[in-house]
Design a protein around this ligand. Sequence first.
Ligand code: ADP
Ligand code: MG
Length: 289
Amino acid sequence: MAKIFCIANQKGGVGKTTTTVNLAAGLAKVGQRVLMIDLDPQGNATMGSGIDKRRLETTVYDVLLESASVAEARVTSERCGYDVLGANRELAGAEVEMVALDRREKRLRTALAAVGAEYDFILIDCPPSLSLLTLNGLCAAHGVIVPMQCEYFALEGLTDLVNTIKQVHANLNKNLQIIGLLRVMFDPRITLQQQVSEQLKAHFGDKVFDTVIPRNVRLAEAPSYGLPGVVFDPPAKGSQAFVTFAEELVRKMPPASAMTSDASAPAAPMPMDPPPVTVHAPEETPESP
Ligand code: ADP
Ligand code: MG
């Protein structure tokens, strides 16, 4: 059965989409069967996987409104080596249209049950908000991967996200766990980033992934070619880091049987508390060249 992970952080521009498509490509590269779901109406993860969102006839929108199954709406990205359940602007309407429907938070979860056996990993790229779309992602998932930049305000935003995940865990999806925090766009020359990175490690321990994704211009260029960096320029530092991250994730995964929603199993603990935000921007410390 597939392990289903949301890539979430309610801040925009923190690297969610870059993480989703490159992790999908990295997992595919190490032999995993992957479905990537774009839950953001911007459709960046769709385009960034080589699928033209404007030409899609069925998308995740149809799945949420139950006018298509996942099997009908998915497409395969041949170049990237994984399947894509795409999104486009139409998805923005789903938010409003779903409000009046029953089981509105659980529609994606229900739809994914039919294809879970076909994949090793299902990755969900969430929009930058804690909306009904994100809620559908969180209800469908076993875990959340949180990409974050090592900056002061990143820690502050984490508190809101952790509280939301706790609420979903308590009320809607007792299997939901935070799988880990992924440090992205990391620049070791910046003192504050090093400090925040150490603070994260100290507070969250092994909930912080070992792999660190560096700031790398090839990762930023790749989407304009409709590819994840891992496919566009495999030797680039950022691409290699994502393949290493994919390997780390595979290594750390418990067997699938431990992640099923078996009602007799005890609810997974919710092991993360919001962080104490104690890092101060250094005013005097000169940055290393
Ligand atoms: P989000 O999905 O959270 O809004 P994106 O993944 O779209 O964030 O990333 C925001 C911007 O940062 C994009 O222009 C992307 O290309 C760039 N970016 C993301 N990760 C990196 C990185 N490791 N190095 C350089 N640029 C990056
Ligand atoms: Mg995005």
